[in-house]
Design a binder for this molecule. Sequence first.
Ligand SMILES: Nc1ncnc2c1ncn2[C@@H]1O[C@H](COP(=O)(O)OP(=O)(O)OP(=O)(O)O)[C@@H](O)[C@H]1O
Ligand SMILES: [Mg+2]
Length: 269
Amino acid sequence: MSDFPEPQPLSTHGPARIIALCNQKGGVGKTTTSVNLGAALQEYGRRVLLVDFDPQGALSAALGVQTLDGPTVYELLMGTVRDTASVIVHTESGLDVLPANIDLSAAELQLVNEVAREQALSRALRQVSGDYDVILVDCQPSLGLLAINALTAAHGVLIPLEAEYFALRGVALLVETIEKVQDRLNPSLELDGIVTTMFDSRTLHAREVLERVREAFGDKVFETIIPRTVKFPDATVAAKPITEFASTHVAAQTYRSLARELISRGGAP
Ligand SMILES: Nc1ncnc2c1ncn2[C@@H]1O[C@H](COP(=O)(O)OP(=O)(O)OP(=O)(O)O)[C@@H](O)[C@H]1O
Ligand SMILES: [Mg+2]
């Protein structure tokens, strides 16, 4: 793995580069990557907002944000709450979170009849974009209207991919969806890259999968590879980013490497 340069501190902040973390396959590391890439970017002095865009609320929970009462991203989408900043929660780890809960599962159907239904998230984020350097949107495992909202709001997409045999199944459909959004809604949307997660270097199988992913996507595949380790679920239980929970562990180091690689590729300021 190359060593990516230590990022220069920023002298000014915002407007944010918005990055959607998408893959309609479940359990590939979208939420884990949102939290830990966000935390690593923050360590480098970037102002980071994490958007929980999954009705399961896993990202909110992973940072200890209670979502039972109090407005969430759902009210912003529906326009029943208009002030985005008032919904943002400042967590102990220093990361800001736009939380979600199960209410968001209704948004998909309720937005269908709205004018500019694909732009609802974009509209909500525009208000606070100046306060952040990076906004990471943690999508749910689906390619429905919420994912389209995320891709419409975003400047770039990161695709987390679990290093296992069927990893590439469904990625063609995801890429097709990204192309449709580029064509119809958001021409400047970029595919920032593919992040290989849950990599087990001891198995030949995982290395073969990595080869196939690199054949298919070339230099879109990040050099940084996230290892499979129980430290990640452990950090989630502790409601802390890995960079805090196990700061010196290789798992934390790889997300710092991913942050440096993203910055060196121009995917984040
Ligand atoms: N590198 C890793 N090594 C080991 N376990 C991991 C790793 N990354 C994530 N996990 C664990 O795998 C599970 C799924 O990860 P995560 O929730 O990040 O995936 P997801 O793509 O967001 O899932 P969903 O599609 O359900 O939203 C979680 O229990 C998480 O703690
Ligand atoms: Mg998730």
